[in-house]
Design a protein. Structure first.
Length: 273
């Protein structure tokens, strides 16, 4: 046809995924290819059959999300799912669904408002250095009340914090739900004890980050607390930066309040008791 459009096609295809997603895909495929090169050599004969074995082995140590990411990466590398491979792709999809069902049987434990308040109160009697007490207070507030993910809280820099008249604003530069890195902000009401801890942490000459590394996934529960406190689902969704209400499900424990109250039944029926 005499047209040169190879680079344009490449650019358009690469633009269908964000740079962060493509990097994740590259890492997933690199791990798969490295596994294939190990013995036995049959692993390299058929990618999709090999992928099923790879997924089965990986399922022992990773969750359904990582498994699904690998399948997406493999499909992207192979320029989509070919019709003649439909059965093999279906097997891979079912393996992910099976892993997801297995995960759903595990009951997550959420922190309650009372537990968080007790922990905050206990920080006054631990005997810890002041910097450590400040760190745990800030971290608990950001995770439970601010609905930040642990990775977001730990990536906060001192200049991401801004003091307003009645509240503090925290700029989230990037999160896993913001792959284009457009940024977002959360706002936390001022309180004397929190203001003091935050001000001291911002003024310490310990680098650019607000708090040091820690684990905080077990301190989920703020979404449940907000629902039970009467906050609308849409407002919680915006604060937690979930794209849709379904994304909130892993962060909300089942209770009458979070399910919109108990199911109502007719009260004016004349039934024998």
């Amino acid at each position: 046809m005499g047209e040169r459009a190879g680079q344009d096609i490449h650019d358009l295809l690469c633009s269908t995924r964000s740079a962060a997603t493509l990097q994740t895909y590259d890492r997933a495929i690199e791990t798969f290819r490295r596994w294939q090169k190990e013995k036995p050599h049959e692993r390299e004969k058929d990618d999709l059959t090999s992928a099923a074995i790879f997924l089965a082995v990986r399922s022992r140590s990773v969750g359904s999300g990582s498994m699904a990411t690998f399948i997406s990466a493999l499909a992207y590398e192979r320029f989509g799912r070919k019709p003649e491979e439909a059965q093999q792709w279906a097997v891979l999809d079912e393996m992910v669904r099976g892993k997801r069902r297995m995960e759903s049987t595990t009951q997550q434990k959420f922190a309650s408002p009372h537990e968080v308040e007790v922990l905050l109160a206990e920080t006054t009697s631990t005997g810890w250095p002041e910097w450590r007490t400040d760190r745990i207070r800030i971290l608990l507030v950001l995770l439970f009340y601010g609905l930040l993910r642990i990775s977001e809280a730990l990536s906060l820099k001192k200049d991401d914090v801004k003091e307003e008249r009645d509240f503090w604003s925290f700029r989230i530069r990037r999160s896993k739900s913001d792959q284009q890195a457009t940024g977002a902000s959360i706002f936390i009401q001022k309180s004397v004890w929190f203001d003091s801890a935050l001000s001291r942490s911002r003024s310490r000459p310990t680098g650019c980050h607000l708090i040091s590394n820690d684990r905080g996934g077990e301190w989920r529960g703020g979404a449940t607390h907000a629902l039970e406190d009467g906050t609308e689902t849409a407002a919680i969704q915006r604060r937690g930066r979930w794209r849709n209400p379904r994304s909130m499900n892993p962060y909300v424990s089942a209770s009458a309040a979070t399910q919109g109250g108990p199911a109502r039944i007719p009260s004016d029926l004349w039934l024998a008791v």
